[in-house]
Design a protein around this ligand. Structure first.
Ligand SMILES: N[C@H](CCC[C@H](N)C(=O)O)C(=O)O
Length: 281
C-alpha cells in the first residue's frame, strides 16, 4: 500500500476518517472495519470516501461494520470541511452527491460551522424501507423487548425509527436500540432515536446508529427526530437538537425540507502503517 493518509474529524463527538478514493480502492471491507476499530485500528464512527473524478464531488459513507449508508449529517459537515481544507471549495455553497441524494453544503467563515441542506424528510414506510402498509407511520404503538413504544418512521435518505418518550433514558437507548435496528420490519435495518420534547423549539435525543451502535451525535438522526416531532405538531420550524455530544440547529422550509447547521473540528492527519492489517488473512 502506498502512503495512506487518513484525515480524522469529528462533529459533536461523532468522528469520521476521510480518505481519497485511491486509498479506499486498496482496502477490503474487512480492512475498513479494522480501521474503524478503536483498539486495533485508528478508531472511528465511519469512513468517508472522497470521489473527486465526477463533475460534482461525491462522498461514500461506510459504517464501522462495513455497511454503506445513504447519508450522514455529521459525515456531510465533515466532508464539506475536508473539501474546504484541501481547497476544492471556498465559502460559496456547493453541491455534494451521496447515495441518498444530492445536498447543498456551505462552509461558514472560520470553517468551524457548516450548513447542509439535507433534503426532504419522507414519511412513507417504503422510503426507509419498512415492511408496513400505509402512507405514514406516526406515533404508532410497537412493543420491543417488553417495552410499549410509540414510533414514527422517517427517511432522510437513510432510514430512521423515531421513538417518542416522556423522559430520555440513554440506558434504554442502548438496551432497545440494537433490537429495533435489526427488526424484520426494516429489511435494510434502521437508525434509532429516542426523543424527549423539551418545548416547541428544543428536543433531546439519544441515538443508536445502524452499523455503528451508540454514538454521541448524529446529524441525520437529528434531522429525522426533529422532522418526526414537527410532523406530530410538537415543535415549530426551528429546533435545537441536544445530544450527549452537543447541539445542532435544524430548520424546516417548504414541505419538510431540512436545513442543518453545526460544528466540525479536525483532529489529525494520520499515515496508516500496513502492519495494522498484519493479522488479517
Ligand atoms: N449509521 C448511519 C449513517 C451515519 C449517520 C450519522 N453519523 C449522521 O451523522 O447522520 C446509517 O447507516 O444510516
Amino acid at each position: 500500500m502506498n502512503v495512506s493518509l487518513f484525515h480524522r474529524y469529528h462533529g459533536l463527538g461523532n468522528d469520521y476518517l476521510v480518505c481519497h478514493q485511491s486509498v479506499a480502492a486498496q482496502l477490503s471491507v474487512e480492512q475498513i472495519v479494522r480501521l474503524c476499530d478503536r483498539n486495533y485500528g485508528i478508531g472511528s464512527d465511519g469512513l468517508l470516501i472522497d470521489i473527486d473524478d465526477e463533475e460534482i464531488s461525491r462522498v461514500r459513507i461506510i459504517n464501522p461494520d462495513g455497511s454503506e449508508a445513504e447519508k450522514s449529517g455529521n459525515g456531510l459537515r465533515i466532508y464539506a470541511r475536508y473539501l474546504f481544507d484541501i481547497k476544492r471549495v471556498g465559502h460559496q455553497p456547493f453541491l455534494v452527491n451521496t447515495l441518498g441524494g444530492q445536498v447543498s453544503c456551505e462552509v461558514t467563515p472560520g470553517a468551524h460551522q457548516i450548513i447542509v441542506d439535507m433534503g426532504q424528510a419522507k414519511f412513507a414506510p417504503s422510503a426507509l424501507p419498512a415492511n408496513i402498509d400505509g402512507d405514514e407511520v406516526l406515533d404508532r404503538p410497537l412493543v420491543v423487548g417488553g417495552h410499549h413504544l410509540k414510533v414514527t418512521l422517517v427517511s432522510m435518505g437513510n432510514p430512521h425509527c423515531v421513538v417518542r418518550v416522556d423522559k430520555l433514558d440513554l440506558a434504554l437507548v442502548q438496551q432497545l436500540g440494537p433490537l429495533i435496528e435489526t427488526l424484520a420490519l426494516f429489511p435494510k435495518r434502521t437508525n434509532v432515536q429516542f426523543v424527549e420534547v423539551i418545548d416547541r423549539a428544543n428536543i433531546s435525543i439519544g441515538i443508536w446508529e445502524r452499523g455503528a451502535g451508540y454514538t454521541l451525535a448524529s446529524g441525520s438522526s437529528s434531522c429525522a427526530a426533529a422532522s418526526a416531532m414537527r410532523k406530530l405538531g410538537l415543535v415549530d420550524d426551528r429546533v435545537t437538537v441536544t445530544m450527549p455530544g452537543g447541539q445542532l440547529a435544524i430548520a424546516f422550509s417548504g414541505d419538510f425540507m431540512v436545513n442543518m447547521r453545526g460544528p466540525v473540528q479536525k483532529i489529525a492527519t494520520i499515515t496508516l502503517d500496513d502492519d495494522c492489517f498484519y493479522d488479517l488473512q
